[in-house]
Design a protein. Structure first.
Length: 142
């Protein structure tokens, strides 16, 4: 299958790699299907590209690169946000925001991670209430 994107042009994707978000992402409830694209092979970033909207893509990163203890102190209630179907595994990503022209002010949303059930290819964005995490956690600069 080919999808048109504004950032990458026409991209061939494997339909079995499409991640379905039944509720969409926060602020984008109508957009349900995305594909995860690698930024570069040695990069900590990924792109979550909408299948249906060429102009809609989000930058993601692994939140455990920023905080190795991320999600370690969740309450039992919060832990249920990260449970999946039996036998499936979960990948957790954090949305990255880069203000136009200000890469040094890049932030990461640790409050509302994107959770993907790897085998089922089902995703959701969850909000971790009372976690102490911020939606604007500074991204460390090299």
């Amino acid at each position: 299958m080919n999808i048109e994107t504004t950032r990458f042009g026409n991209v061939a994707i494997d339909e079995t790699k499409i991640i379905h978000f039944p509720e969409g992402l926060l602020g984008f409830p109508e957009q349900k299907d995305y594909v995860l694209l690698e930024h570069k092979s040695d990069s900590p970033f990924f792109w979550l590209q909408s299948v249906d909207r060429p102009d809609l893509a989000f930058i993601l990163t692994n939140p455990f690169f920023l905080d190795k203890d991320y999600l370690k102190n969740l309450s039992p209630n919060e832990e249920t946000l990260f449970q999946c179907r039996e036998g499936d595994s979960v990948s957790v990503f954090a949305l990255v925001t880069i203000p136009p022209g200000k890469v040094e002010e890049m932030t990461v949303n640790l409050l509302g991670p994107v959770v993907v059930e790897t085998e089922a290819r089902v995703g959701r964005q969850v909000v971790i209430p009372n976690s102490g995490y911020s939606h604007r956690h500074p991204f460390p600069q090299k």
